[in-house]
Each structure stands twice: as structure tokens, then as C-alpha cells.
Design a protein around this ligand. Structure first.
Ligand SMILES: O=P(O)(O)OC[C@H]1O[C@H](O)[C@H](O)[C@@H](O)[C@@H]1O
Length: 723
């Protein structure tokens, strides 16, 4: 494509030879219009004049000098004859145009006339040059042979090279499947474009406290390391997976349930771990290790450098309780940011802040990974059916996905608030999304800066861009908050507030859960599966980037939405989970309230749709348990901002504690960085290869152009001589 454009650019007409003043006058008279600068044709003539006065590099400074150097061999009589014939032809040409009704006083006609005249003049000069060359003995024959040879060589070479080029391009643009293998795992796309999930790890991984202790023992030489707990019954390895006998006696299971059910009344959350195969003795053995993990967590909350690899504090807990922040500067930052988020979203919703075309009606969020998954989950879980602003996401660099989002917005683009989210401010996918959306704005004649908002670290590339271009607003992202734990920062709070979600309640829920999980050992939820689609995507990133390090931790399964439990997917899941390879445990998430109060409806006497859902969940859990598949059940009364905040906080804490237990740093991501670096290298190499190929092709095409030009001039000169 670039080649074609370049070739077209190069095939422009040669510069025209200056005409004598008398010829210019003749032309003006022929056009029949005044030469005044303000006359309708003044502009066209001005352009014509400019073109006509251009000096041809082929002609030199003076007419006489040119004649001496180049026109040797052409008789002056012949020249005079040709000039006379040329003038007569031009006058006749204008007459002919007038006869066929071409409006010569329009801009188009002038351009056509200028280009036509230039072409005729160029051919005329070229023919004279060629005639001059032709008059040198032997030169024409040699040039013919060389020209013919080059033409043959070029044609074959160019065609071959072209196909090679196409081949190489294909080779260096890996298919989605290849990309999946080469690039770091990312969570799926919510924008309708290609999405992919991380491939499931192959190694068998610990999936309960019992397993955890085994791994911990092998990875740590600590003297106080506990001995592994025994499963509740005889265990048996099974085809690379595991099978452990769990408590089957209903009375004992009930006792376990009563003993191990955790409930937090204020948050309306219940966690049932009774169907996990751990024992009281095991927990006692784990106690010292757990205490160390909690001590490490306390240090982290006080501002210790919890991410030594990157020399960073880890402060997502301060976001929901600024009093915890280690100094007043940070506390102040958190509070002022929250205030500005609330004020800005209030002003946008009330219409105090508007787009140039009126009230904002939509949000287009551009970001990836930690800068997308939290906002997506919260929107899906909490946004009202008719939010003040509807939200869309671009979370991939798939052009078709981006086009789809922009097309879906249509004219609403004029009232769309674009929130660009990137902690680093330089993530390529996000940058690409921004550039694409900015182009869409330009194409629609809209001014992006009046509708753009940036959420990023201060002084990042994105921050500088937004500042220089004067975007509508900028909100800070803090160095000490990781992308995957940033939902309670501006990243998650601003989009949520703009959708009318009570972000203060989310913060309260998270703070309550933080408080609860700070010291309570039995609230630790270990590796889990989830049944809320977007929560699990969000958690997938949290878990995989935090814990997928020294060993492959667990096998993730695709997950279903709670609402999907009654459809075909649930049936396939039961089949796979109950009878397939056993290297997992399940977390069920149950929501007690079906519908808002007053909206309940019984589809059969005494039975609601939600009762079926409850029955399916219980049945699935029992069927799995009967075949030794363990599970945790998390029950929330209702999906409220407080409950969602609490769930996020619960899993953030669980991941942090788990990381301490197995001695890994939960807060860095060397694998992600390595993947990004490798992807960058591949892209750079691809660019280099294409540049080299293009340059080679361009060089050859330039040469070809000269040869073709030479041949064309030769033909023209024969044609001209004929007349
Ligand atoms: O917020 P950004 O700097 O643009 O990074 C966005 C995301 O990039 C990658 O996917 C990382 O693995 C994530 O941890 C991060 O959240």
C-alpha cells in the first residue's frame, strides 16, 4: 500500500518549461478573462503564472545557454516550425474547448489546462533532449539495449520482490493464535473484538491449605514450617490430577458447616469453607506461618517497601482509609483526589460540565488490564439500567474492535466523555486506542481535548500529552498502587461515579473488609474459582500477576455468570468438573436477593425463578462434592456497592496473605515485563525488516522510473519527429 502511494507520488508530471511572455498573454486572451487578482479566474491564473514561471531543472537559466548545451543537432528552422505549430495548436485547443462547452473560467478547467500544458511542454522538451542524445553516434543503440535489459530485469525482479515482500509481511504479522503463544497473557476484551484468556497452566498446583503447606515446605527452609496436614480421608492421585476423600457423613458435614461458616452481618457476606478438606490440626500447624504473613501485611500497611524489586510501597489499603497512609502528604493526595472525582462526576452528571455539543451522554474508557478489568466488573455488577452516562470499553489494540465501539457510538461521539486510563501512561494498546479515537474525533469534526480525560501517573507520557493538549481533566494514579489493585483509585472510582454508582459505599465496604481481614485468620480464602464472569476476569489478573511466579499455582477454568448456571454451559461445566481431571476447587458466589423488593414474581405457586437458581447451585455443589470436589461458598445478601467493595478487598487481602505464606512477592510482575519487552523487540524487528524491504523496493522502483521515463521519452520523440 505504502509502495503504491509512493509510486503515485513519484509519477507526478515533470516541471514545465517556462513559456515566453507572449505565450502567456496569448493564453490569457484565449481564456477570455481579465488577469486581475480578484477576478473569478484570477486565482487560477495566479497559479498558472506561478507554475509557468517555475524554472525547469532541465532548462537552466537562459534560453540561449540551453540552446547551446542541449539543442545541438536540431536545426533552427525546425525549431521555428515547431514553435509556430505549437502556438497555433494552443489557440486551436482553447477554441475546441470552448466549442465543447468546457467552462474554462472554473478552477477545475484551469488546473486541467495547466497540467495539460505542462505535460505537452514536458514531452516536447524531453523529445528535444532525446533527439539530442540520439544524435550522438552509438549512444541510442547502447541506451536501447541497456534500457531493454533493465526493463526485463526490473519486471522480473520487482514482481518477485513484491511477492517476497508480501510473504515476509505475512510472516511478521503473526496470526492471533501465534500472538497468543508469543505475547504475555491478557484478560479478555470487553469491546467486542478478539479476546483471549491465558492458557491454563499444565502443572498440577496446590489448591488447598493442605497442598499449600506441602509447597511451602519445599520452597522454604524455615524451621517453623508446619508439617503437611493429612487429608480427611485416604487420598489418591489420579491421572495427574488429585482425588481426596472429603467428609461425607451429613451430620459431620453439618457440624463442619456450623463451625466454619464465617459471617459478617454488616457487610451481609457469608463464607463457607466447610467443604474444603483441611483439619483443625493443620490450621494449628499453620499458625506461626500465618502470624508471619499478618505481620508482613501490617508492615505493608505502614508503608514498608513491600515491592523491593521496584522499590515501591504498596498502598491500595490506604485508598479506602486514608488515615492509614504513612504520611500526611499521601493522605492529602488521596483525599483531594477523591474530592475532585466526586466534584467532577457531579458536574458532568448535572450538566455543569458539558461537551461542545451538549450534555455528556456516554463514556468511552480506553485502558487495559488493571486499567480496564475493575471498571468493567463494577459497571457490570452495579451500574443502574439507565445510568446517567452509559459506558463502553476499548481494552485491546484490535482495530476491528475499536471501530466497532466507535461505530456503535455513531453521532453520540459528540457527547462522549473519553477516559484514557494508564498508570504508566505508555502502554501501547492504550496509546493505540487513544490515537484511533482521536482520529475518529477528527473525522467527525470534533475537538478531542474538550472531551478527553486522563487518569495516569503525574508526568507520564499520557499526563504530558493531556496537559499540553489541554484536555478536559486529569486525575492522578499513584506510584504506590498497582494496576491490578487500583479499583479503589481514580481508575475505578471515576467511571463508577459517572455511572451513578455510590463510590463512597464501595470504599466503606472495602474498608470494613480490610478491618475484618487484618487479623482474622479464618477469613483467609485460599485459591478459588469464581462464578461471576467479570469478577473472575478481574480476579484472574489479580491472582495470576500476583501469584503466578515461582510455580504455576492453579488451573483456572473458564467461569460462568451466576445467571448462566441454569443454561447449557452449567451442564457442561458439571460434567467436566465432576468427572474430568481433578486439579481445582470451586468457589460458588451466591446472591440471596433475586430482585429489588416489591418486584418478586412467582412463576409457579410459591416458586420464583431465583429459587431454581438456588436449587441449581446447591445441586451442583452437592454433585461435585459427592465426587470429592471441594468448594468454598461466598454468599452476599445483595450486590451493592458496599458488597462489591468488600469482595474486592477480601480477595486483595487473600492474595497478599497467600503470597506471604508461599514466600513470593505479590506486587511485582517480572513475567509481564518480560512479555512486554519481548513483544516490543518483535515489533521493532518487524519494523526494521519492513523498512529495509521497503527501501530496497523504493530504490528499485526509482531506478525503474528513470528507465521507464527514458523509454517513454524515446517513444514520444519518435512520435513528435513523425509529425
Ligand atoms: O495502566 P497501564 O500502565 O497502562 O498498564 C495496564 C496493564 O498492563 C499490563 O496488562 C499489566 O500486566 C497490568 O498489570 C497493567 O494493569
Amino acid at each position: 500500500m505504502a509502495l503504491a502511494v509512493r509510486a503515485r507520488a513519484r509519477a507526478r508530471p515533470l516541471p514545465p518549461r517556462p513559456l515566453a511572455i507572449s505565450q502567456q498573454k496569448q493564453l490569457k486572451q484565449g481564456l477570455g478573462c481579465a488577469a486581475g487578482p480578484r477576478s473569478p479566474c484570477g486565482e487560477g491564473l495566479g497559479r498558472l503564472r506561478a507554475l509557468l514561471s517555475e524554472k525547469s531543472p532541465w532548462c537552466g537559466a537562459g534560453e540561449a545557454g540551453r540552446v547551446d548545451g542541449v539543442w545541438r543537432g536540431v536545426t533552427s528552422a525546425r525549431r521555428r516550425r515547431r514553435r509556430r505549430r505549437g502556438s497555433a495548436e494552443r489557440a486551436g485547443f482553447v477554441d475546441v474547448l470552448n466549442q465543447i462547452g468546457v467552462q474554462l473560467d472554473s478552477d477545475k478547467s484551469y488546473s486541467a489546462l495547466v497540467y495539460g500544458t505542462s505535460a505537452v511542454v514536458a514531452i516536447w522538451i524531453s523529445s528535444i533532449v532525446v533527439s539530442a542524445i540520439d544524435s550522438v553516434p552509438l549512444v541510442p543503440q547502447v541506451m536501447e539495449v541497456v534500457g531493454l535489459g533493465f526493463t526485463i530485469w526490473f519486471t522480473s525482479r520487482y514482481l518477485i520482490l513484491k511477492s517476497c515482500n508480501a510473504l515476509v509481511r505475512r510472516r511478521w504479522r503473526p496470526s492471533p493464535a501465534r500472538r497468543r503463544r508469543r505475547l504475555p497473557p491478557r484478560a479478555g476484551c470487553g469491546c467486542g473484538g478478539t479476546s483471549y484468556s491465558a492458557p491454563p497452566p499444565r502443572l498440577r498446583a496446590p489448591h488447598s491449605i493442605a497442598d499449600l503447606s506441602r509447597y511451602s515446605n519445599s520452597s522454604s527452609s524455615s524451621n517453623s514450617a508446619p508439617t503437611p496436614a493429612q487429608p480427611l480421608g485416604p487420598g489418591a492421585e489420579n491421572g495427574g490430577g488429585r482425588s481426596r476423600v472429603v467428609e461425607k457423613d451429613p451430620i459431620k458435614l453439618w457440624e463442619r458447616y456450623v463451625e466454619w461458616l464465617y459471617q459478617h452481618k454488616e457487610l451481609g457476606i457469608f463464607v463457607d469453607v466447610s467443604r474444603m478438606g483441611f483439619t483443625e490440626e493443620f490450621l494449628q500447624q499453620m499458625e506461626p506461618r500465618m502470624q508471619r504473613a499478618f505481620a508482613a501485611m501490617r508492615d505493608l500497611e505502614k508503608g514498608a517497601i513491600a515491592n523491593p524489586d521496584e522499590g515501591r510501597m504498596v498502598g491500595h489499603y490506604w485508598l479506602r482509609d486514608p488515615a492509614l497512609a504513612p504520611n500526611s502528604f499521601l493522605r492529602n493526595k488521596i483525599e483531594t483526589t477523591l474530592d475532585s472525582i466526586l466534584a467532577f462526576s457531579q458536574d458532568v452528571i448535572s450538566g455543569k460540565i458539558q461537551s461542545p455539543s451538549g450534555r455528556f451522554t456516554s463514556i468511552l474508557s480506553i485502558g487495559i488490564g488493571g486499567s480496564a478489568l475493575g471498571p468493567q466488573f463494577v459497571s457490570e455488577a452495579l451500574a443502574p439500567d439507565n445510568p446517567p452516562l452509559k459506558i463502553r470499553f476499548i481494552d485491546n489494540t484490535d482495530p476491528a474492535g475499536i471501530d466497532h465501539q466507535v461505530a456503535q457510538l455513531g453521532p453520540e461521539l459528540a457527547t462522549t466523555l473519553v477516559i484514557v486510563i494508564s498508570k504508566s501512561g505508555g502502554t501501547p494498546e492504550t496509546r493505540n486506542g487513544l490515537l484511533e479515537v482521536q482520529k475518529a474525533f477528527r473525522d467527525a469534526g470534533l475537538e478531542f481535548s474538550k472531551q478527553g480525560v486522563a487518569i495516569t501517573q503525574e508526568k507520564s507520557l499520557l499526563d504530558n500529552t493531556a496537559r499540553i493538549e489541554g484536555w478536559l481533566a486529569r486525575f492522578p494514579m499513584f506510584d504506590w498502587v498497582g494496576g491490578r489493585t487500583s479499583e479503589m483509585s481514580a481508575v475505578g472510582l471515576l467511571p463508577a461515579a459517572l455511572q451513578g454508582i455510590d463510590i463512597k459505599e464501595m470504599l466503606v465496604g472495602a474498608a470494613l473488609m480490610d478491618e475484618e481481614t487484618r487479623n482474622t485468620v479464618d477469613m483467609v480464602v485460599l485459591p478459588y474459582k469464581d462464578s461471576l464472569l467479570l469478577l473472575s476476569r478481574y480476579l484472574q489478573q489479580l491472582v495470576m500477576e500476583s501469584l503466578g511466579k515461582e510455580f504455576v499455582w492453579m488451573q483456572w477454568l473458564s467461569v460462568v455468570k451466576l445467571q448462566d448456571l441454569m443454561n447449557i454451559y452449567e451442564h457442561s461445566y458439571i460434567q467436566q468438573l465432576r468427572e474430568g481431571v481433578h486439579n481445582f476447587f470451586v468457589t460458588f458466589i451466591e446472591v440471596l436477593r433475586d430482585r429489588p423488593p416489591g418486584h418478586d414474581w412467582e412463576l409457579e405457586p410459591g416458586v420464583t425463578c431465583g429459587d431454581y437458581l438456588f436449587g441449581m447451585l446447591q445441586g451442583t455443589r452437592s454433585a461435585l462434592y459427592a465426587n470429592d470436589r471441594e468448594s468454598i461458598s461466598v454468599t452476599v445478601q445483595e450486590v451493592t456497592p458496599r458488597a462489591v467493595g468488600a469482595l474486592i478487598a477480601l480477595y486483595e487481602r487473600a492474595v497478599g496473605i497467600y503470597a506471604s505464606l508461599v514466600n513470593i512477592n505479590a506486587y511485582h510482575q517480572p513475567g509481564v515485563e518480560a512479555g512486554k519487552k519481548a513483544a516490543g523487540e518483535v515489533l521493532a524487528l518487524q519494523k526494521r525488516v519492513l523498512t529495509i524491504l521497503n527501501e530496497a523496493t523504493y530504490g528499485i522502483s526509482d531506478l525503474c522510473l528513470v528507465i521507464i521515463l527514458y523509454e517513454a521519452i524515446g517513444l514520444c520523440s519518435i512520435f513528435v519527429s513523425y509529425f
